[in-house]
Design a binder for this molecule. Structure first.
Ligand SMILES: [Zn+2]
Length: 133
């Protein structure tokens, strides 16, 4: 008797999908911001990471928000705890105060991303990455 393994569409694959979506989203952000340099105001560093303004753990609602995530250097992302004051300054310089305030208003609260949303995100950003490469 041959037992076939049928992949279960359970909640178990959500963390994997979430990780996959984050990976391709971050890659898109790094490619998008490569020439602009680190988001932190007056840093001028090379884009090495995709850095969140609102962290993904406590602000899952905006974890895939293109305004909330920007290319930044390792120094600003880790060693200065995200360097949030200069990150905000950089955001304002890039997008304008009004859009940053809208982001800040939207950032509160959590969101559970479901399968369908994550699959759509993965497809969308895989395409966008292809376009930029
Ligand atoms: Zn920097």
């Amino acid at each position: 008797m041959i037992k076939r393994r049928i992949p279960k569409r359970s909640a178990n694959d959500l963390p994997k999908l979430l990780a996959k979506a984050q990976k391709i989203f971050n890659e898109y952000i790094r490619l998008r911001d490569q020439s602009a340099g680190c988001i932190s105001a007056y840093c001028g560093g090379e884009v090495e990471h995709a850095g969140h303004y609102f962290n993904q753990g406590h602000h899952s609602k905006v974890r895939f928000d293109e305004l909330n995530v920007n290319g930044c250097c390792v120094q600003c992302n880790f060693f200065e705890h995200g360097n949030l004051i200069r990150y905000r300054q950089g955001l304002v310089m890039k997008y304008g105060e009004d859009r940053v305030k809208i982001l800040e208003a939207q950032a509160a609260g959590m969101k559970k991303w479901d399968r369908v949303e994550l699959l759509a995100l993965i497809q969308h950003y895989t395409q966008k990455v292809k376009e930029l490469k």
